[in-house]
Design a protein around this ligand. Structure first.
Ligand code: 5GP
Length: 114
């Protein structure tokens, strides 16, 4: 996989405001937040998007979602609710091609997304 801004954050080349990390994932604040709470949860494994995952990634994907829930809980947005978003490809609005989940909270979300 080609280098992305997120692989540079994983390697420490680019700084990030990290809120959680373990051996499989990293969670850090989005530097252009779209909500009062906007955290990105990424696997350390370099996967471009959910479309490029395979059955062997099932546990990792489940772990990413559990970390999203933990991040939301830690940010204090769990009770009011929040949104987890994964953009995929150009129609999905993906701009960084390293798999990531957006955790958005702290305001009421609209539906459907634009
Ligand atoms: P996407 O559009 O691919 O779903 O989401 C990429 C997200 O990464 C965007 O919300 C954007 O603001 C965020 N982002 C891009 N570059 C950086 C960066 O260097 N640092 C951080 N913390 N977030 C970034």
């Amino acid at each position: 996989m080609t280098e992305t801004v997120f692989s540079k954050i994983l390697s420490g080349e680019i700084p990030a405001d990290i809120v959680f990390e373990d051996d499989q994932v990293l969670a850090f604040r989005d530097n252009n937040p779209k909500a009062p709470t906007h955290v990105l949860v990424i696997p350390r494994k370099p996967i471009p998007s959910i479309a490029e995952t395979s059955d062997e990634d099932r546990e990792l994907l489940g772990h990413c979602l559990r970390v999203c829930a933990r991040v939301a809980e830690d940010a204090g947005v769990s009770e009011d609710g929040y949104r987890i978003v994964a953009n995929i490809g150009s129609h999905g609005g993906q701009t960084v091609f390293h798999l990531h989940f957006h955790v958005l909270g702290g305001r009421r979300m609209t539906w459907p997304p634009g």
